[in-house]
Design a protein around this ligand. Structure first.
Ligand code: ATR
Length: 279
Protein backbone atom coordinates (compact mmCIF):
# COMPACT_ATOMS: atom_id res chain seq x y z
CA UNK A 1 0.00 0.00 0.00
CA UNK A 2 1.23 3.47 -0.91
CA UNK A 3 2.26 5.71 1.99
CA UNK A 4 0.30 8.96 1.99
CA UNK A 5 1.54 12.53 2.56
CA UNK A 6 -0.03 15.96 2.11
CA UNK A 7 0.56 19.67 2.54
CA UNK A 8 -2.00 21.67 4.54
CA UNK A 9 -2.44 25.41 4.11
CA UNK A 10 -4.62 28.32 3.03
CA UNK A 11 -4.20 29.31 0.27
CA UNK A 12 -2.72 26.10 -1.13
CA UNK A 13 -3.49 26.15 -4.86
CA UNK A 14 -0.13 27.76 -5.68
CA UNK A 15 1.88 25.19 -3.67
CA UNK A 16 4.83 23.62 -5.46
CA UNK A 17 5.17 20.93 -2.75
CA UNK A 18 3.15 18.16 -4.49
CA UNK A 19 5.33 18.51 -7.58
CA UNK A 20 8.55 18.69 -5.58
CA UNK A 21 7.77 15.56 -3.56
CA UNK A 22 6.55 13.66 -6.63
CA UNK A 23 9.92 14.38 -8.25
CA UNK A 24 11.85 13.38 -5.12
CA UNK A 25 9.84 10.13 -4.94
CA UNK A 26 10.48 9.30 -8.60
CA UNK A 27 14.20 10.09 -8.24
CA UNK A 28 14.65 7.92 -5.12
CA UNK A 29 12.21 5.12 -6.06
CA UNK A 30 9.96 5.74 -3.05
CA UNK A 31 6.30 4.68 -3.34
CA UNK A 32 4.37 7.64 -1.92
CA UNK A 33 1.43 9.86 -2.75
CA UNK A 34 1.39 13.59 -1.88
CA UNK A 35 -1.59 15.90 -2.17
CA UNK A 36 -2.43 19.54 -1.38
CA UNK A 37 -5.25 20.10 1.12
CA UNK A 38 -6.99 23.45 1.57
CA UNK A 39 -7.92 24.01 5.23
CA UNK A 40 -10.47 26.54 6.48
CA UNK A 41 -9.55 28.67 9.50
CA UNK A 42 -10.26 26.80 12.73
CA UNK A 43 -10.32 23.37 11.04
CA UNK A 44 -6.63 22.48 11.03
CA UNK A 45 -6.65 19.68 13.63
CA UNK A 46 -9.84 18.21 12.17
CA UNK A 47 -8.33 18.23 8.68
CA UNK A 48 -5.17 16.45 9.86
CA UNK A 49 -7.17 13.87 11.80
CA UNK A 50 -9.43 13.26 8.79
CA UNK A 51 -6.37 12.77 6.59
CA UNK A 52 -4.99 10.21 9.05
CA UNK A 53 -8.31 8.37 9.45
CA UNK A 54 -9.46 8.15 5.84
CA UNK A 55 -7.96 7.18 2.50
CA UNK A 56 -6.33 4.09 1.09
CA UNK A 57 -2.84 3.48 2.37
CA UNK A 58 -1.33 4.64 5.65
CA UNK A 59 -0.93 8.37 6.34
CA UNK A 60 2.75 8.87 7.22
CA UNK A 61 3.26 12.60 7.33
CA UNK A 62 2.42 16.11 6.23
CA UNK A 63 3.87 19.52 5.53
CA UNK A 64 2.21 22.55 7.02
CA UNK A 65 2.32 26.02 5.54
CA UNK A 66 0.81 29.47 6.13
CA UNK A 67 -1.11 30.12 8.37
CA UNK A 68 -1.09 26.84 10.32
CA UNK A 69 2.53 26.34 11.46
CA UNK A 70 1.81 27.48 15.04
CA UNK A 71 -1.33 25.29 15.20
CA UNK A 72 0.75 22.35 13.98
CA UNK A 73 3.22 23.11 16.77
CA UNK A 74 0.40 22.80 19.32
CA UNK A 75 -1.06 19.69 17.67
CA UNK A 76 2.19 17.71 17.83
CA UNK A 77 2.44 15.38 20.83
CA UNK A 78 6.24 15.32 20.48
CA UNK A 79 8.49 17.96 18.94
CA UNK A 80 12.10 18.06 17.80
CA UNK A 81 14.45 20.62 19.42
CA UNK A 82 14.58 22.63 16.19
CA UNK A 83 10.75 22.78 16.13
CA UNK A 84 10.75 23.95 19.75
CA UNK A 85 13.30 26.66 18.95
CA UNK A 86 11.30 27.78 15.91
CA UNK A 87 8.01 27.83 17.84
CA UNK A 88 6.44 26.45 14.67
CA UNK A 89 6.09 23.13 12.86
CA UNK A 90 6.24 22.68 9.08
CA UNK A 91 6.70 18.89 9.03
CA UNK A 92 4.53 16.31 10.76
CA UNK A 93 5.24 12.59 11.01
CA UNK A 94 2.57 10.12 12.02
CA UNK A 95 4.15 7.23 13.88
CA UNK A 96 2.02 4.55 15.54
CA UNK A 97 -0.79 7.00 16.26
CA UNK A 98 1.55 9.71 17.57
CA UNK A 99 1.94 13.07 15.82
CA UNK A 100 5.57 14.28 15.81
CA UNK A 101 6.36 17.89 14.89
CA UNK A 102 9.56 19.06 13.21
CA UNK A 103 10.74 22.22 11.48
CA UNK A 104 12.91 21.95 8.38
CA UNK A 105 12.82 25.62 7.31
CA UNK A 106 16.08 26.65 8.97
CA UNK A 107 17.92 23.56 7.79
CA UNK A 108 16.58 24.31 4.29
CA UNK A 109 17.97 27.84 4.37
CA UNK A 110 21.38 26.69 5.63
CA UNK A 111 21.62 23.95 2.99
CA UNK A 112 20.64 26.38 0.24
CA UNK A 113 23.29 28.84 1.42
CA UNK A 114 26.04 26.24 1.76
CA UNK A 115 25.32 23.78 -1.05
CA UNK A 116 23.64 25.85 -3.76
CA UNK A 117 25.04 29.33 -3.22
CA UNK A 118 28.51 28.54 -1.87
CA UNK A 119 27.83 30.90 1.04
CA UNK A 120 28.90 29.21 4.26
CA UNK A 121 27.49 31.16 7.24
CA UNK A 122 30.56 30.20 9.33
CA UNK A 123 32.59 33.27 10.21
CA UNK A 124 30.21 35.65 8.41
CA UNK A 125 28.63 38.76 9.84
CA UNK A 126 24.93 38.00 9.40
CA UNK A 127 22.06 40.47 9.39
CA UNK A 128 18.60 38.94 9.76
CA UNK A 129 15.79 41.33 8.87
CA UNK A 130 12.48 40.69 10.65
CA UNK A 131 11.47 39.17 13.97
CA UNK A 132 8.28 37.28 13.06
CA UNK A 133 7.72 33.58 12.48
CA UNK A 134 9.93 33.32 9.39
CA UNK A 135 12.88 34.92 11.20
CA UNK A 136 12.44 32.89 14.38
CA UNK A 137 12.53 29.63 12.40
CA UNK A 138 16.05 30.22 11.08
CA UNK A 139 17.85 31.72 14.10
CA UNK A 140 18.99 28.50 15.81
CA UNK A 141 20.19 26.78 12.60
CA UNK A 142 22.15 29.94 11.69
CA UNK A 143 23.69 30.24 15.16
CA UNK A 144 24.75 26.58 15.03
CA UNK A 145 26.81 27.39 11.91
CA UNK A 146 29.11 29.63 14.01
CA UNK A 147 28.73 33.00 12.30
CA UNK A 148 31.00 35.87 13.41
CA UNK A 149 27.87 37.71 14.51
CA UNK A 150 24.10 37.62 14.11
CA UNK A 151 22.17 40.87 14.27
CA UNK A 152 18.37 40.77 14.17
CA UNK A 153 16.92 44.06 12.92
CA UNK A 154 13.23 44.73 12.99
CA UNK A 155 10.78 47.60 12.37
CA UNK A 156 9.57 47.10 15.95
CA UNK A 157 12.86 47.16 17.85
CA UNK A 158 11.41 45.65 21.01
CA UNK A 159 10.42 42.43 19.21
CA UNK A 160 13.96 42.03 17.85
CA UNK A 161 15.47 42.68 21.29
CA UNK A 162 13.16 40.11 22.91
CA UNK A 163 13.93 37.50 20.25
CA UNK A 164 17.69 38.06 20.55
CA UNK A 165 17.52 37.72 24.32
CA UNK A 166 15.55 34.48 24.02
CA UNK A 167 18.17 32.96 21.71
CA UNK A 168 21.03 34.21 23.89
CA UNK A 169 20.21 31.78 26.63
CA UNK A 170 19.25 28.49 25.05
CA UNK A 171 19.96 25.76 27.58
CA UNK A 172 22.11 22.90 26.35
CA UNK A 173 23.11 24.61 23.09
CA UNK A 174 26.77 25.03 22.22
CA UNK A 175 26.43 28.44 20.58
CA UNK A 176 29.50 30.65 20.35
CA UNK A 177 27.78 33.90 19.47
CA UNK A 178 24.88 35.71 21.10
CA UNK A 179 22.46 37.46 18.74
CA UNK A 180 21.83 41.17 19.00
CA UNK A 181 18.37 42.70 18.48
CA UNK A 182 18.03 46.24 17.12
CA UNK A 183 15.72 48.59 15.18
CA UNK A 184 16.47 49.70 11.61
CA UNK A 185 18.05 53.02 12.72
CA UNK A 186 20.70 50.95 14.55
CA UNK A 187 22.00 49.73 11.16
CA UNK A 188 23.63 53.06 10.34
CA UNK A 189 27.32 52.58 9.63
CA UNK A 190 27.24 48.77 9.94
CA UNK A 191 28.26 46.19 7.32
CA UNK A 192 27.39 42.49 6.88
CA UNK A 193 28.52 39.58 4.71
CA UNK A 194 25.10 37.94 4.57
CA UNK A 195 21.82 39.85 4.75
CA UNK A 196 18.66 37.73 4.98
CA UNK A 197 15.25 39.29 4.51
CA UNK A 198 12.76 37.40 6.67
CA UNK A 199 10.23 40.24 6.84
CA UNK A 200 6.96 39.99 4.96
CA UNK A 201 7.58 43.47 3.51
CA UNK A 202 8.33 42.02 0.07
CA UNK A 203 4.84 40.56 -0.18
CA UNK A 204 3.27 44.03 0.07
CA UNK A 205 6.00 45.70 -2.01
CA UNK A 206 7.13 47.82 0.96
CA UNK A 207 10.68 49.21 0.92
CA UNK A 208 12.81 48.55 4.01
CA UNK A 209 14.74 51.54 5.37
CA UNK A 210 18.18 49.96 4.87
CA UNK A 211 21.36 52.02 4.58
CA UNK A 212 23.45 50.84 1.59
CA UNK A 213 26.40 50.23 3.93
CA UNK A 214 24.77 47.04 5.31
CA UNK A 215 25.77 45.26 2.09
CA UNK A 216 29.51 44.67 2.51
CA UNK A 217 31.76 43.88 -0.43
CA UNK A 218 31.06 40.26 -1.58
CA UNK A 219 27.92 40.20 0.55
CA UNK A 220 25.11 37.80 -0.31
CA UNK A 221 21.60 39.24 -0.04
CA UNK A 222 19.02 36.51 0.55
CA UNK A 223 15.29 37.12 0.10
CA UNK A 224 13.10 34.40 1.62
CA UNK A 225 10.27 35.23 -0.76
CA UNK A 226 10.46 33.68 -4.24
CA UNK A 227 8.74 34.16 -7.57
CA UNK A 228 9.00 37.95 -7.65
CA UNK A 229 11.61 40.70 -7.51
CA UNK A 230 11.05 42.42 -4.16
CA UNK A 231 12.19 45.94 -3.18
CA UNK A 232 14.84 44.28 -0.95
CA UNK A 233 16.26 42.43 -3.97
CA UNK A 234 16.30 45.67 -5.94
CA UNK A 235 18.08 47.49 -3.10
CA UNK A 236 20.74 44.76 -2.91
CA UNK A 237 21.16 44.72 -6.67
CA UNK A 238 21.59 48.49 -6.69
CA UNK A 239 24.31 48.07 -4.03
CA UNK A 240 26.07 45.71 -6.45
CA UNK A 241 25.94 42.54 -4.35
CA UNK A 242 24.85 39.01 -5.17
CA UNK A 243 21.12 38.37 -4.71
CA UNK A 244 19.28 35.09 -4.10
CA UNK A 245 15.58 34.41 -3.70
CA UNK A 246 13.88 31.80 -1.48
CA UNK A 247 13.23 29.14 -4.14
CA UNK A 248 16.28 27.16 -3.02
CA UNK A 249 15.12 27.28 0.59
CA UNK A 250 11.71 25.96 -0.49
CA UNK A 251 13.28 23.01 -2.30
CA UNK A 252 15.80 22.31 0.48
CA UNK A 253 13.21 22.40 3.31
CA UNK A 254 11.17 19.92 1.24
CA UNK A 255 14.23 17.68 0.77
CA UNK A 256 14.88 17.77 4.52
CA UNK A 257 11.23 16.79 5.20
CA UNK A 258 11.54 13.96 2.65
CA UNK A 259 14.67 12.80 4.46
CA UNK A 260 12.87 12.92 7.84
CA UNK A 261 10.05 10.78 6.45
CA UNK A 262 11.86 8.37 4.16
CA UNK A 263 15.46 8.29 5.44
CA UNK A 264 16.70 9.07 1.93
CA UNK A 265 18.15 12.42 0.87
CA UNK A 266 17.04 13.38 -2.64
CA UNK A 267 19.26 15.38 -4.98
CA UNK A 268 17.92 18.92 -5.21
CA UNK A 269 19.99 20.51 -7.99
CA UNK A 270 18.03 19.05 -10.95
CA UNK A 271 14.70 20.05 -9.44
CA UNK A 272 15.89 23.54 -8.58
CA UNK A 273 17.13 24.00 -12.13
CA UNK A 274 13.78 22.84 -13.55
CA UNK A 275 11.80 25.16 -11.26
CA UNK A 276 14.08 28.10 -12.09
CA UNK A 277 13.47 27.54 -15.78
CA UNK A 278 9.75 27.96 -15.23
CA UNK A 279 10.09 31.15 -13.17
P1 ATR B 1 6.10 35.81 9.02
O1 ATR B 1 5.49 34.52 9.50
O2 ATR B 1 6.13 35.95 7.53
O3 ATR B 1 7.41 36.08 9.66
P2 ATR B 1 4.95 37.69 10.84
O4 ATR B 1 5.19 36.76 11.97
O5 ATR B 1 3.66 38.43 10.76
O6 ATR B 1 5.07 36.94 9.45
O7 ATR B 1 6.16 38.74 10.82
C1 ATR B 1 6.28 39.71 9.82
C2 ATR B 1 7.64 40.39 9.96
O8 ATR B 1 7.82 41.30 8.87
C3 ATR B 1 7.78 41.23 11.22
O9 ATR B 1 9.13 41.23 11.62
C4 ATR B 1 7.35 42.62 10.74
O10 ATR B 1 7.85 43.67 11.52
P3 ATR B 1 7.07 44.16 12.88
O11 ATR B 1 7.45 43.19 13.95
O12 ATR B 1 7.56 45.52 13.11
O13 ATR B 1 5.60 44.09 12.53
C5 ATR B 1 7.97 42.62 9.38
N1 ATR B 1 7.32 43.55 8.45
C6 ATR B 1 6.13 43.39 7.83
N2 ATR B 1 5.87 44.44 7.02
C7 ATR B 1 6.93 45.29 7.13
C8 ATR B 1 7.27 46.54 6.56
N3 ATR B 1 6.45 47.15 5.68
N4 ATR B 1 8.43 47.12 6.90
C9 ATR B 1 9.27 46.52 7.78
N5 ATR B 1 9.01 45.34 8.37
C10 ATR B 1 7.85 44.72 8.05
Amino acid sequence: MTDRYAVFGNPIGHSKSPRIHAMFAAQTGQDISYEAILVETGSFAAAVNAFIATGTGPARGANVTVPFKEEAFRLAAHRTPRADAAGAVNTLSFEAGVVIGDNTDGAGLVRDLKNNLGCDPAGRRILLLGAGGAARGVILPLLLENPAELVIANRTEETAARLALEFSRLPGCAIGVKPDGIGFPGLAGRAFDLVINATSAGLSGAVLPLPTCVFALRCVAYEMVYGRATPFMNQAQAAGVRVADGLGMLVEQAAEAFFVWRGVRPRTAPLLAALREQQ
